[in-house]
Design a protein around this ligand. Structure first.
Ligand SMILES: [Zn+2]
Ligand SMILES: [Zn+2]
Length: 146
């Protein structure tokens, strides 16, 4: 299960649903494991997975992290991977833009803190700017997704 925040730009109407967490099914985890085990996988997380696996069991958890690509001017949700074994853990901290393929770092992440819709003195908090027109986005709803 994860949380979502629905964001809307009051100026141009751009909308985005920021998704956090890993849902209730194991399907994303299985998809992530398949990705890590592909023979052609050479990215950092796949290499670390291979090294950890040589030493024992590795659990793979996929979870959603929203990003903003400033080149394409859009938000997107990306499945990141966290690895855990007896010897330690590793969490991916990048996202790949589905439109231009650019690799984004944690600097471009939208954190849950940035889009917290929980009432704090009756206000919603949104530190994100609209990627299209740079107006401060508003939180129009929050909740849980499965
Ligand atoms: Zn806008
Ligand atoms: Zn992009």
């Amino acid at each position: 299960m994860g949380e979502y925040s629905r964001l809307k730009c009051p100026y141009c109407g751009y909308e985005f649903q920021a998704l956090f967490g890993n849902g209730t099914s194991e399907e994303p985890d299985q998809r992530a494991r398949v990705r890590l085990e592909m023979e052609t996988a050479t990215d950092e997380v796949s290499q670390i997975y291979a090294l950890m696996k040589q030493r024992g069991e590795v659990s793979v958890v996929a979870y959603l992290q929203p990003f903003v690509c400033k080149d394409c001017r859009e938000f997107f949700n990306y499945w990141q991977v966290a690895l855990r074994s007896e010897e330690g853990h590793y969490a991916e901290d990048k996202g790949i833009c589905p439109t231009c393929g650019k690799v984004l770092s944690s600097r471009d992440e939208i954190r849950q803190d940035d889009v917290d819709g929980k009432a704090e003195y009756g206000k919603t908090k949104c530190r994100c700017s609209c990627p299209v027109c740079h107006t401060k986005m508003q939180v129009t709803g929050t909740g849980y997704w499965k």
